[in-house]
Design a protein around this ligand. Structure first.
Ligand code: ACO
Ligand code: ZN
Length: 338
């Protein structure tokens, strides 16, 4: 208990002002020591610089030249835009000596932005260690845009190279925008990037309660939508410890087991059915736990089968909540980070 108190005791900043909103914070965030005595901080909603006094912010707004996050706009649909902010353009482009000076400024600006974003996000994230080297991450910042500029709604971060196949490190929807489907949009977006990379992905653990709820909802909806529409068999490739793939077979109408046996490929042969993680970029383990928690996986005569009775699927889909905002993949213009 003591440790827990230690960890959560000083919620240093009580409220922040960001754009049109004054937002109550949830958790401690390690702002630099000179902000120790502040109860409220004033953020520039575009560059995320934070200040102690409102007048400072007003002065800043007159000279701040940003109207959107400092990065590439990789998605736009209606008033929604997604910006990719990457932080080490200095290293990547040093050979362009002539432009070095300007690029360095750019790289630095992005780096400060990334750090500010981490300070801001930690106010709403309990258990995450956010203070790794921001250079190793990409930030995907979702904005609602109008004639005054692009207003941040939420973001997720992603490791440039993940050995554990993480496709998302931290996710946040700012409180005034929560429960409107943006969280599921951000999650869906992270999987669309994985599909473009030709990889499967999973969020970094641990997940917060709200994070888990959002992911469960997303996984359930995506997987059950496929099971509902799909005709014929479908499989999940699950890696066992001996390296072999365990096959889980979807049977639409509870096909009798002998029939499934016939469908079984010989060892080493490619599995002939469509495979759920290939289709969704969701890691097979997450597919299994989702379907297991819905009691859709059963063990019958030595075979795992997915039971996909349309009525049962509909019931679960209803319980999984609203679909969230759709990602229109045709509006995503992006090439994977090399
Ligand atoms: N109470 C109950 N259920 C909730 C709540 C809530 N307050 N908030 C979200 N949910 C559940 C609901 O099932 C909801 O679907 P529904 O509205 O259709 O019922 C679903 O989660 C997702 O709702 P969205 O509107 O798509 O998500 P939102 O924009 O609210 O963002 C998020 C979800 C990002 C988790 C947000 O709550 C948040 O930023 N929380 C603080 C930071 C955090 O915990 N991040 C995750 C940490 S784990 C990680 O980073 C890997
Ligand atoms: Zn600014």
């Amino acid at each position: 208990l003591r440790e827990h108190e230690e960890f959560t005791k000083v919620k240093n900043i009580a409220t922040i002002e960001l754009g049109r909103y004054e937002i109550e914070t949830w958790y401690f965030s390690p702002f630099p020591p000179e902000y120790n005595d502040c109860l409220q901080l004033y953020f520039c909603e575009f560059c995320l610089n934070f200040m102690k006094r409102k007048e400072q912010l007003q002065r800043h707004m007159k000279k701040c030249d940003l109207k959107h996050p400092p990065g590439d706009e990789i998605y736009r649909s209606g008033t929604l835009s997604m910006f990719e902010v990457y932080l080490n353009s200095v290293v990547d482009l040093t050979f362009l000596l002539l432009f070095f000076f300007f690029i360095q400024i750019d790289g630095k600006k992005n780096k400060v932005y990334g750090q500010n974003l981490c300070y801001l996000a930690k106010l709403f994230l309990d258990h995450k260690t956010l203070y790794y080297d921001v250079d190793l991450f990409l930030f995907y910042v979702l904005c609602e845009c109008d004639d005054r500029g692009c207003h941040m709604v939420g973001y997720f971060s992603k490791e440039k190279h993940s050995e554990e196949s993480y496709n998302l490190a931290c996710i946040l929807t700012l409180p005034p925008y929560q429960r409107k489907g943006y969280g599921k949009f951000l999650i869906a977006f992270s999987y669309e990037l994985s599909k473009k990379e030709g990889k499967v992905g999973t969020p970094e653990r641990p997940l917060s309660d709200l994070g888990l709820l959002s992911y469960r909802g997303y996984w359930t909806r995506v997987l059950l939508d496929i099971l509902k529409r799909h005709k014929g068999n479908i499989s999940i490739k699950v890696r066992l410890e001996d390296g072999k793939n365990k096959k889980v077979v979807h049977c639409m109408d509870w096909l009798p087991v002998p029939h499934l046996e016939q469908m079984r490929p010989n060892v080493g042969q490619k599995w002939p059915h469509p495979e759920l993680s290939d289709m969704t970029a969701i890691k097979a383990e997450d597919i299994l736990t989702t379907l297991q928690s819905l009691e859709l996986i059963q063990y019958r005569k030595g075979q795992h089968v997915i039971c996909a009775d349309p009525k049962v699927l509909d019931r679960h889909l209803k319980a999984a909540g609203r679909g969230g905002l759709e990602v229109d993949v045709s509006k995503l213009i992006w090439t994977p980070y090399k």
